[in-house]
Ligand binder design. Structure first.
Ligand code: 5RP
Length: 228
């Protein structure tokens, strides 16, 4: 089935590709919005050649960028990243993000943490006042995953389930599993993030809160800034 938001993702991808003229080292996240951005970037670079080194937060993004002729290196080979471009699953009024719908949250955080600036691209369906009735992805260690799920459920904030694909669990590029925590209301995202990180077996959560981030939104017709 066609993604009803693909026009917005393409608009964001095209728009973002034109914003990076002065960027030399670019971090890219993952997902369909980032994929539209990579496509647009490769096309734009044919028109306006520029020296650009890319580091990618997932094997899929890395593969796509390489196939389109972009120069991709591992994050650890770089001193810094000028700009990270990524998507998100939800954005609240304060600019907090939920990420991890594509299971790449651990690497996405590391790319964003290494970047001087971050540009987040979301279609307008993902913008909400506060995080209500959301699924929060949590990266967990495979060993003892059942017990980690019980601990997550024991917190009493929502219902955790193991993300599956076909017969087996979804496995991230780092060999982790993903637990999705269905939550009615995230009252204080920062508190929840730290509470979850303290649970044995949890590696990271999809709550991205304190990065210098410009969030850009599109409905397919125009692109606008969500936060200042
Ligand atoms: C992957 C992510 C993605 O950025 C997020 O899931 C958005 O994906 P899409 O652009 O396909 O809607 O966090 O871990």
């Amino acid at each position: 089935m066609e993604d009803p938001w693909h026009r917005a993702k393409e608009a964001l991808g095209r728009w973002a590709a034109q914003q990076i003229q002065d960027v030399r080292i670019l971090g890219i996240g993952s997902g369909s919005t980032v994929s539209a951005f990579i496509q647009a970037l490769a096309r734009y670079r044919q028109e306006v050649p520029m020296p650009l080194t890319i580091t990618a937060a997932s094997h899929a993004s890395e593969e796509q960028a390489r196939q389109l002729g972009l120069d991709v290196v591992p994050l650890e080979s770089l001193e810094h990243v000028d700009l990270a471009v990524d998507g998100a699953d939800a954005v609240d009024a304060h600019g907090a993000l939920i990420k991890g719908g594509g299971a790449a949250l651990v690497r996405e955080r590391l790319v964003i943490a290494a970047a001087r600036h971050t540009m987040i691209l979301v279609d307008s369906s993902k913008v909400m006042n506060a995080f209500k009735r959301v699924r929060l992805p949590i990266a967990i260690i495979p060993f003892g995953w059942r017990q980690t799920l019980s601990r997550l459920n024991g917190l009493g904030v929502g219902t955790a389930s193991l993300r599956r694909k076909g017969e087996g669990p979804v496995v991230t590029d780092d060999g982790l599993y993903i637990a999705d925590l269905a939550i009615g209301n995230i009252a204080v995202p920062d508190m929840l993030h730290h509470e979850l990180k303290r649970i044995d077996g949890v590696v990271d959560t999809g709550l991205f809160l304190d990065y210098p981030t410009a969030i850009w939104v599109s409905d397919g017709l125009t692109v606008w800034r969500h936060n200042e």
